[in-house]
Design a protein around this ligand. Structure first.
Ligand SMILES: [Zn+2]
Length: 585
């Protein structure tokens, strides 16, 4: 039976040319060898599985080769090359500092350094995970690193460059290994699959590369695993299942639902994902990445940041064009916040669900007020009366203004709805419906236009004439607020919050709590007075705008002051204070 060799070993590059995804770095190394400018110590930094040790081995083999090829690559035929290939070369020493980090280990290494090479020119010492060396080991090593014999070259490798002491850094030539890009990984996997005669789907290789996160060794080992699981036919679906990766399809569907503000179905979809055995935290992390992909796929400039296949890129772009950028920013922020709070949360599921709801809500926020303006959908309590009046006034007086249903302040509503006049109004409003079904114009709630007032077909019942009393004043006031156009929604909102009061048979007053609102309303004064005057048949009504006495700003209490205040407010606390002699520090 043929011996099985894992792909990571079988396809370990034998020359710099075959190293995947580190072109710039390998070219520099090759040039150094070709021109004979070798340093005595190198530091290879970079994430795991990107080729640091591999490059160190190729480097050792290359500088010892007796007949270097024209392009600087080792010949693979000389005694030294064969010794390297058969892993019996005496010129290469590897020390894994993760498990051999004591002073004794370093002393042993230093003993080896003293012996010159028997064959070849250089002895190469590779110290892997060099940041794991103990402090004493470091100190023992430093002298040798500084002045090694001419035939010795050190190659230190680390995944954590920031843990390397400056004294070491300054003595080495530093090479930073990059994460291998998704495309390079996929291409290499494709190459291996072709060599081995496996059937593979490109999307499946994409998944594997994503999972390996820039490490070729991991990618190859996952690939081996998938090959044995699928018996040489690596499909997308099988890879998804085996690697326990949530299909990106779910994220596309989820975002579609959120864009539609379909909270119910988005919660159901999340439930489906949880039932498939996926963790909510992973899901929310994935959703955040999905939004990030949407963000970068909007613009051709940022498109290279999106590491997915071309067909996926199109999908991202298509979905991205349906989202407003502000929505995407906000969604990323929300998902990220959820992700941060997820681990501490006691109700993790709720945390995710809440996030989904907030994201759905973020779809209709405009950029300026994002997250600050609550969506008001209060139902007007006396909408029947007002709606009809509003329709009537929209027809006659202000067709250019969007008339929205009244959203009264609760206090106002209570007052008005309990008033008997309103019921009267209700009745009268309905009573003017003609048998033909045509709604006649009602003088209620509109400045009676001369022609409308004299309209012969409108029965001018006395009940229709609203008296100038508090209830009618409040109602008319609210109606005026409704006639303001959408562009003055804020002012309308402020007006609705105000309750006018009658001060004399021909005047009323309002109280506002800041000069700014006072100014705004001053500007509208003419319109308001005319509207109310004609609606309530007090043509020369006057309005007085009062500024509420400014409340003394509550000062911030120091802790002892706050405690004193709490003591004076609460007798229970006073008792506790006496019994236990509580004091605040
Ligand atoms: Zn050779």
């Amino acid at each position: 039976m043929e011996q099985y060799i894992v792909s990571a070993r079988k396809y370990r590059p034998a020359t710099f040319d075959m190293v995947v995804g580190q072109r710039a770095l390998t070219t520099t190394l090759l040039n150094a060898i070709r021109t004979g400018k070798l340093a005595h110590a190198y530091l290879f930094c970079g994430p795991r599985g990107v080729g640091k040790t591999t490059c160190a081995r190729i480097f050792a083999k290359t500088i010892n080769c007796e007949h270097l090829g024209p392009n600087g690559e080792p010949c693979g035929e000389c005694e030294s090359c064969r010794a390297f290939d058969e892993q019996r070369s005496m010129n290469i020493h590897e020390l894994d500092a993760a498990s051999n980090n004591s002073v004794d280990d370093i002393r042993e290494l230093i003993d080896q350094v003293r012996i010159p090479p028997q064959i070849g020119r250089y002895k190469v010492f590779i110290i892997d995970e060099v940041h794991m060396l103990s402090q004493q080991a470091f100190n023992a090593f430093l002298k040798t690193l500084e002045e090694p014999p001419k035939y010795v070259i050190f190659i230190l490798a680390t995944t954590e460059k920031h843990k390397i002491l400056p004294t070491i850094l300054s003595r080495c030539q530093v090479y930073d290994f990059a994460r291998i890009t998704l495309k390079s990984t996929v291409d290499h996997l494709k190459y291996v699959a072709e060599k081995e005669g496996y059937q593979v789907e490109e999307e499946a290789l994409n998944l594997i590369a994503q999972k390996a996160d820039g490490g070729m060794r991991d990618a190859l080992s996952i690939f081996d695993q998938m090959v044995s699981f699928t018996q040489g036919n690596v499909t997308y679906q099988a890879t998804l299942e085996n690697l326990n990766i949530l299909d990106s399809e779910y994220y596309f569907r989820m975002v579609d639902l959120l864009l539609e503000k379909n909270v119910e179905d988005s919660l159901l979809l999340f439930n489906e994902i949880v039932e498939k055995g996926f963790d909510g935290g992973n899901f929310i992390g994935g959703l955040a990445s999905h939004f990030r992909s949407l963000l970068v796929s909007r613009d051709a400039k940022t498109l290279p940041l999106l590491e997915v296949s071309e067909s996926q890129q199109k999908r991202f772009h298509e979905q991205a064009m349906r989202c407003r950028p502000q929505f995407v920013y906000r969604a990323i922020k929300l998902c990220n916040d959820c992700d941060l709070g997820y681990r501490q949360s006691r109700n993790k599921r709720l945390q995710v669900e809440l996030c989904l709801i907030l994201v759905a809500e973020a779809t209709d926020e405009d950029g300026a007020g994002a997250g600050r303006r609550p969506a008001k959908t209060l139902k007007p309590l006396f909408k029947q009366a007002v709606a009809q009046v509003a329709v009537a006034s929209a027809q006659t007086t202000a067709p250019q203004r969007a008339v929205s249903p009244v959203v009264p302040q609760s206090a106002t509503t209570k007052k008005v709805s309990s008033a008997p006049t309103l019921q009267k109004l209700n009745l009268s409003s309905t009573s003017i419906r003609m048998p033909s079904g045509k709604t006649l114009q009602s003088p209620v709630g509109q400045p009676p236009q001369p022609e409308a007032a004299n309209e012969p077909t409108v029965p001018q019942a006395t009940t229709l004439t609203r008296k100038f009393d508090t209830d009618n004043l409040i109602l008319t006031w609210q109606q005026f607020a409704n006639t303001l156009p959408q562009s003055e929604a804020v002012t309308a909102q402020r007006l609705r919050a105000i309750t006018p009061e009658i001060t004399s048979p021909k005047s009323f007053s309002i109280t506002v709590n800041n000069p700014f609102i006072q100014k705004t309303i001053e500007k509208l004064k003419g319109e308001i007075v005319q509207y109310i005057g004609s609606a309530l048949q007090v043509p020369d009504v006057s309005m007085d705008i009062q500024l509420a006495a400014i409340e003394v700003a509550v000062k911030s209490y120091s802790k002892p002051d706050l405690f004193k205040k709490m003591l004076s407010d609460s007798s229970a606390l006073r008792q506790l204070h006496q019994i236990f002699e509580l004091e605040i520090e």
